[in-house]
Write a protein that binds this ligand. Structure first.
Ligand SMILES: Nc1ncnc2c1ncn2[C@@H]1O[C@H](COP(=O)(O)OP(=O)(O)OP(=O)(O)O)[C@@H](O)[C@H]1O
Length: 490
């Protein structure tokens, strides 16, 4: 049976012991492939009501489903396809603490889909196929090798348009145990790095790549991506500048990812890989014979409702524009699963008769206006999109300028070293018998002029960068006051 090119699934994590102890409510129900969120809310006139949201996906998993269940249903067929050359990519998307790592890596008691995939791969491959693992992290557009002391890596696009990560290490593994050890090493490196660069793993994307090689030629590739916490995209409201910039960067990458998957789904000629570092490095996984699985993870907890809804909307947008029935080799059953979601929204319980008679209460999000979410991951929908666009543009500019400034600074140091060498030569020459003092004066003057010119040029760049950092502060402040207030609190 042909499998669809893109599968979007959602997994609910149960209330934690702490949440249960605190008396938090489970507001998520899974019925078949449909996820229902019932959010208790309070209107301005203090009337209580429950707003119900309903989303249908290719698959949905309640809390009683294990990693093994999810693996068997969704990932195993993809692993089997990887053996025959299909490029496989599996994303875990969701709020921090919603179960992305639990699903991908597992915990001390359960194995995750990384290891389950490795088990099957070792069962399926023949002796002539060698398995190797790369593991890296993307933090604020920078790549760090998790299997090589977090060395910073550079992604380059060659003349053929292929993106290569120069210097990315690859560890050969010959057994599941070796695979697990390698992954553990990478995870340790990720955790250790948190003190230096990013404060926690939820602000970076972790990419585990398994390559299948036969006679040194790659014949299969599986990529598992534990994405940054989706709520981090909203860090734009944060006080700290660096956190805001990280947040904007995460936001951008998650939006670019969604666009790339949609483009892939629609068989579009143009896929916006360049939209972010994440999509750029995954370009290869989105081209040719490939299959993608997106697992949205959500918390059952009432206090996480807003984030869970944002995850569901994101996942919904990824799959919403699936190619019409009959294309993509999708079987009948899957086609049925792909039918557009039916919202059963604004199903207000506990509502006073008066409120029912008057107009519906204000909607938290306007589902009729699908495009509203076009460039939105975690934003309040009442935002002014111009301001938000301006902010995103500025962040992009700042990130580009930061790179350019550092490069200009390095070049400047090289130039200065050369000029110092020239100065030394002039000085040595003037100490020689029969030296020409005018030559010395002219030479020194020339060197000093060059130094001034170079310093001025670097300062100009620095000044412009400083100005943009200040602009960012102003614009972030405007964003906070204009449209990043929490839409509704119970
Ligand atoms: N399906 C599940 N069943 C039982 N426990 C779960 C499930 N999903 C997550 N948990 C538990 O919830 C907690 C948070 O999960 P996890 O660390 O995987 O979140 P995360 O989304 O990866 O967060 P972060 O972005 O911070 O890495 C963990 O203690 C984990 O064991």
């Amino acid at each position: 049976m042909d499998q669809p090119k893109i599968i979007v699934a959602v997994r609910k994590r149960p209330l934690s012991k702490k949440e249960t102890k605190e008396g938090q409510k489970d507001i998520v129900e899974v019925q078949g492939n449909t996820v229902i969120v019932r959010e208790p809310r309070v209107k301005v006139d203090l009337t209580k009501f429950i707003e119900e949201f309903n989303f249908t996906f290719d698959a949905a998993f309640d809390q009683q489903y294990t990693n093994e269940d999810l693996y068997q249903q969704l990932v195993k067929p993809m692993v089997q396809a990887a053996i025959t050359g299909t490029k496989i990519t599996c994303f875990a998307y969701g709020q921090t603490g919603s179960g992305k790592t639990y699903t991908m890596l597992g915990d001390q008691n359960v194995v995750g889909i990384y290891t389950l995939a490795a088990y099957d791969l070792f069962q399926l491959i023949t002796n002539s196929i060698v398995l190797s693992v790369s593991f890296y992290e993307i933090y604020c557009s920078k790549l760090f090798d998790l299997l090589n002391d977090r060395v910073q890596l550079v992604a380059r696009e060659d003349a053929k348009g292929q993106v290569n990560i120069a210097g990315l290490s690859e560890t050969k593994v010959h057994s599941v145990q070796e695979f697990q050890k390698t992954v553990e090493m990478g995870i340790k490196s990720r955790v250790t790095g948190q003190n230096s660069v990013n404060q926690d793993s939820s602000r970076s994307h972790a990419i585990l790549q398994i390559n299948l090689r036969q006679q040194n030629k790659i014949i299969g590739k599986l990529s598992f991506i534990d994405l940054a916490g989706s709520e981090r995209g909203a860090d734009v409201v944060e006080y700290h500048k660096q956190t805001r910039i990280d947040g904007a960067e995460i936001n951008k990458s998650l939006l670019a990812l969604k666009e790339c998957i949609r483009a892939l789904d629609l068989n579009k000629n143009h896929t916006p890989f360049r939209g972010s570092k994440l999509t750029q490095v995954l370009k290869d996984s989105f081209t040719g014979n490939c299959r993608t699985l997106m697992i949205g993870t959500i918390s059952a907890c009432h206090k996480d409702a807003e984030h869970s809804l944002n995850t569901l909307r994101y996942a919904d947008r990824v799959k919403e524009l699936k190619a019409p029935q009959g294309s993509n080799g999708v079987d009948q059953l899957t086609r049925e699963l792909m039918l557009p979601r039916q919202y059963i929204t604004n199903n207000y319980l506990f509502e006073s008769p008066q409120a029912v008679k008057s107009n519906s209460p204000p909607k938290l999000f306007d589902h009729d206006n699908g495009d509203q979410y076009e460039d939105e991951v975690q934003m309040n929908p009442n935002r002014n999109s111009n301001l938000k666009d301006k902010y995103d543009e500025l962040i992009q500019q700042i990130l580009d300028e930061e790179r350019a400034l550092k490069k200009a600074h390095k070049d400047h140091i090289d130039d200065l070293i050369e000029l110092v060498n020239d100065e030394m030569k002039i000085l040595q020459a003037v100490d020689q018998p029969n030296s020409d003092i005018e030559e010395y004066v002219d030479g020194l003057d020339h060197v000093l002029m060059l130094k001034i010119e170079k310093i001025m040029r670097l300062r100009k760049k620095l000044k412009q960068f400083k100005q943009h950092l200040m602009d960012e502060q102003d614009l972030a402040h405007q964003c906070q006051t204009h449209f990043y207030q929490k839409p509704h609190q119970n």
